[in-house]
Design a protein around this ligand. Structure first.
Ligand SMILES: O=C(O)CCC(=O)C(=O)O
Ligand SMILES: [Fe+2]
Length: 347
């Protein structure tokens, strides 16, 4: 990808390092303190999924990764490499469309299902600092046709996205089964808790090069609010970081790998056994970066709370049960802050 001199945002402003993007000192990324990728971030090979003998080992590895960090990378995940690559190229083309064309999707109304927007951080003095990124979000579905929601430019967008969605659906199902077993539950326990009209949506994040990465943030620190995220990062450009033991660790892209991120509903369902990690994306001076998050969330009416079997044997519930829409209401109440949403539902 060629770095362009400056990027025209879909809201028709030119991206330049004005005060709107500069974080207060205490919120800056301190890039020199970030640790390189290390062994706490597992790389799990899913090739043995269909083999009963290997599967046991896989369940153990996934369980350990979910309990320790709540984030890991997977290889041999079954999503064809050419579909992954074509989709990233297509998304990159989308973000290069003339800003007037992207502007058709720009909105500040979060209830819109198809939208381009800019995340921001609200400082203590209520000043809003805009993230150095543009985000495009829309629904997806692993089996039903959702393509009427999608842009028809680039022309291949709909076809490529639906091929990817189908594959990601299969992978999510496999991961949820392994994660259930990793909690000592029946294979279909997590799927059953979430399968009633789940809310599938995607978020493509585009981070243009930034002249001063130390002053800005691509995406502020957050927990994913859904149940599970499968993230694809553009090859060769780092930016994702995860917090572990109070320190930021880089999550470098590995060619062909996907990043699995456990989200808040998984932490609650597992009664705190599995972790929903805090993560963020930082900017860099040289290259644009692109990531695509595929989210799997409950529907608004789904009750979320610790699974009963995980409260046996001296493990009292850490969270009270709630409807997902109550969680989302709290999420929007904390808009722009370093959100602490599931904490509100602690017992
Ligand atoms: O760009 C990234 O790697 C992080 C994206 C992310 O965390 C998100 O979309 O929720
Ligand atoms: Fe995230």
């Amino acid at each position: 990808m060629e770095a362009k001199k400056s990027f025209q945002l879909a809201n028709n402003t030119h991206l330049c390092l004005s005060q709107d993007f500069i974080l207060p000192k205490e919120k800056r990324p301190c890039l020199s303190h970030v640790s390189p990728m290390h062994s706490s971030l597992s790389i799990i090979d899913l090739k043995g999924y269909d083999d009963d003998e290997c599967k046991n080992g896989l369940v153990q590895d996934i369980s350990k990764a979910c309990k320790q960090l709540g984030m890991f990378q997977v290889i041999n995940h079954g999503v064809p490499h050419d579909i992954c690559q074509t989709l990233m190229v297509t998304l990159h083309e989308f973000f290069q469309l003339p800003s007037e064309e992207r502007a058709l999707f720009f909105t500040q109304d979060h209830s819109e299902s198809v939208k381009i927007f800019n995340y921001y951080f609200k400082c203590d003095d209520q000043r809003k600092v805009t993230m150095w990124s543009e985000t495009f979000s829309h629904p997806w579905h692993p089996t039903q046709d959702f393509t009427h929601h999608l842009p028809n430019n680039p022309p291949q967008y709909r076809e490529v996205f639906s091929a990817y969605a189908k594959e990601i659906g299969t992978l999510m199902n496999r991961l949820l089964r392994l994660m259930s077993q990793g909690l000592g539950l029946e294979e279909d326990s997590l799927v059953k808790r979430l399968e009633d009209r789940p809310n599938f949506y995607s978020q493509a994040n585009y981070y243009p090069p930034c002249p001063e990465p130390e002053l800005t943030m691509g995406l502020n620190e957050h927990n994913d609010i859904t149940a599970l995220t499968i993230l694809q990062q553009f090859d060769g450009v780092s930016g994702l970081q995860v917090k572990y033991d109070g320190k930021w660790i880089q999550v470098d892209p590995i060619p062909g790998a996907l990043v699995i991120i456990l989200a808040d509903q998984m932490q609650v369902l597992s009664n705190g056994m599995y972790k929903s990690p805090v993560h963020r994306a930082v900017t860099n001076k040289r290259k644009p970066r692109l990531s695509l998050a595929m989210f799997y969330a409950p529907n608004d009416e789904t009750m979320i709370g610790p699974i009963e079997k995980l409260m046996n044997g001296g493990y009292p519930p850490i969270y009270r049960s709630y409807k997902y829409k109550d969680y989302m209401e709290e999420y929007y109440r904390q808009e722009g802050k370093c959100r602490k949403v599931k904490e509100v539902f602690e017992v």
